[in-house]
Design a protein around this ligand. Structure first.
Ligand SMILES: [Zn+2]
Length: 307
């Protein structure tokens, strides 16, 4: 971490490539961060690196969404700098109640193995709520706009920055996963599959000089963006085709998940069962809504079957 330096994209915009990429927008007297790191320890490392390079206080954080790997440093930065926190209304509900993150993914009151910093970050309070009509004009003339990007999470937002040197950058949150992430993980979390796909269609229409997925490398051309978007869509098609294949005969959720773990060589732990299990349920919902799967309830059991 200490060896990584912020990459300058335009006069006032930088990117710190990390486990979750961090955006840095420089105004005259302060900095704005896009997302805040994994946890307080990671935030403290990011802070040290930023102070070495900029020596300016953090005036605000903009959270693309509320997941722990994007908002885990909120508490550290807001306590140290008393900075503003911008996000959307629904994501702010999760920032204020991190319990909801693990409760949502488990679908019930969560147990200790998923009440970790991987799923639940420390609580923070959003000071400013934004939506697609919001705009922030910095003292140096840089303009920040917001683009709604739902699908991976409920009310995720992209941050589009028009710098005074006329270079544009968009921080895309988890609306698109970098090529290496797709190859490495194969099953990406998304709460609403059809919204995730619509959001991919939306972002490939955006003209920008730099496109930054939160997990992956900086994308510098429309062609590359379209290639990575296609990889994200192929990943969805692959898992959904596999689900339809195994549901040729009626199958219960636990058996579906066991098949997926075997097919994708996923290590069986409580957190993976809960995380991948939630993702697979979201795919089942999508296939059911698109009339590709039917649900059969019988003798206290729920079966899924290809139509
Ligand atoms: Zn993420």
């Amino acid at each position: 971490m200490n060896k990584i330096m912020p990459i300058r994209l335009s006069k006032s915009v930088y990117c710190l490539l990390d486990h979750t990429n961090i955006g840095i927008i420089e105004d005259v007297d302060y900095l704005i961060l896009v997302d805040s790191g994994l946890n307080s320890e990671n935030a403290s490392e990011i802070d040290k690196l930023i102070q070495t390079n900029f020596n300016k206080k953090i005036g605000a954080i903009i959270n693309t969404h509320s997941n722990a790997d994007h908002a885990g440093g909120n508490k550290y930065f807001s306590e140290k700098y008393n900075c503003k926190i911008y996000t959307t209304p629904k994501e702010s509900a999760f920032l204020e109640n991190p319990y909801l993150e693990s409760a949502l993914i488990w679908g019930a009151h969560p147990f200790d193995k998923i009440r970790t910093s991987y799923f639940e970050c420390e609580k923070s309070i959003a000071t400013d709520l934004v939506n697609e009509n919001s705009q922030i004009k910095l003292n140096n003339g840089t303009i920040i706009k917001f683009i709604s990007l739902p699908g991976h999470f409920i009310d995720m937002i992209g941050i589009f920055i028009s710098d005074i040197d006329e270079k544009n950058t968009i921080f895309l949150g988890d609306s698109i996963f970098g090529a290496q992430m797709i190859t490495k993980y194969n099953i990406s979390y998304m709460i609403n599959v059809s919204e995730f796909k619509n959001t991919l269609d939306k972002i490939i229409k955006i003209n920008s000089d730099f496109y930054i997925p939160s997990h992956g490398t900086i994308i510098t051309s429309k062609e590359e963006l379209m290639r990575v978007a296609k990889m994200n869509k192929n990943e969805i098609d692959k898992i959904q085709n596999y689900l339809l294949f195994i549901c040729s005969t009626p199958m219960q959720f636990d058996d579906i998940l066991a098949n997926v773990f075997n097919e994708y060589h996923i290590r069986t732990t409580a957190s993976q069962i809960v995380l991948i299990g939630s993702t697979i349920k979201n795919h089942l919902t999508d296939l059911y809504c698109n009339k590709k799967l039917e649900m059969i309830c019988n003798d206290g059991r729920m079966f899924w079957k290809k139509i």
